[in-house]
Design a protein around this ligand. Structure first.
Ligand code: CA
Length: 234
């Protein structure tokens, strides 16, 4: 489950815009709607969305031209763009991606397919946003060097445990269910069983034990796991 995001939908066909908006709202996202680049600009001045769904064929400035402009603007250059194209324009998809779109979805598409693409694009963006080192209670994780220090001493973590700890430390004090952790840490590997999470939690705790940081990874009975700065056990 991706956290609620603000998504700007730029689409001039009302039925398609409505279909997308209803589905994204239902998935918990805040949806902004524009029928062309001019009204999109107005919305963008007021609020920066987490992602833009942009139709290729728009009245006035085309989706490709608008994407290029968004990419060259300091304010919007890092906002991911998913382009909507009709099948007849499929051969032009390269142009769409070169214009700065992160992905494209071909019409007709199912709302489920679009949601999956949105999820994937948002997820890819997360590491870029959370590239700085995190430090909680003497436990320090640096995503750039891939090092974890417990009270200044290097701790050995496997790649999955590293990603798990990174997610925990950037989302502390919240209970995450096993399926949420699978989604956030394992990504699209839907065939991973939920008990796999328990195995990696166990390994993570073992890795953190030398500096006694294992107690910061708490089991919340019946719900999942939580990383806390104030562990109950000493
Ligand atoms: Ca259109």
């Amino acid at each position: 489950m991706v956290m609620a995001s603000t998504i700007l939908v730029v689409e001039d066909e009302p039925a398609i815009a409505e279909l997308i908006a209803v589905n994204l709202s239902f998935a918990g996202h805040k949806v902004l709607r524009a029928a062309d680049s001019i009204s999109a600009d107005t919305l963008l001045r007021a609020e920066k969305p987490d992602l833009i769904v942009l139709d290729w064929m728009l009245p006035g400035l085309s989706g490709v031209q608008f994407a290029k402009r968004l990419r060259s603007d300091e304010k919007t250059k890092d906002v991911p763009i998913i382009m909507l194209t009709a099948r007849s324009e499929e051969s032009d998809k390269i142009e769409g991606l070169e214009s700065g779109a992160d992905d494209y979805v071909t019409k007709p598409f199912s709302p489920k397919e679009l949601q999956a693409r949105i999820k994937a694009v948002l997820r890819r963006r997360i590491p870029a946003l959370a590239d700085h080192a995190v430090d909680i209670c003497g436990l320090k994780l640096d995503p750039q060097t891939h090092r974890v220090l417990g009270n200044g001493k290097a701790l050995e973590l496997g790649p999955t445990e590293f990603r798990l700890l990174h997610f925990f430390m950037t989302h502390p004090e919240r209970v995450h269910s096993r399926s949420q952790l699978l989604d956030q840490v394992w990504g699209d590997h839907v065939y991973v069983e939920e008990r796999t999470v328990d195995v990696h939690i166990r390994r993570l705790r073992q890795s953190l034990a030398p500096s006694a940081h294992d107690r910061h990874v708490e089991t919340v009975r019946g719900s999942g796991y939580r990383f806390t700065a104030q562990p109950l056990t000493q």
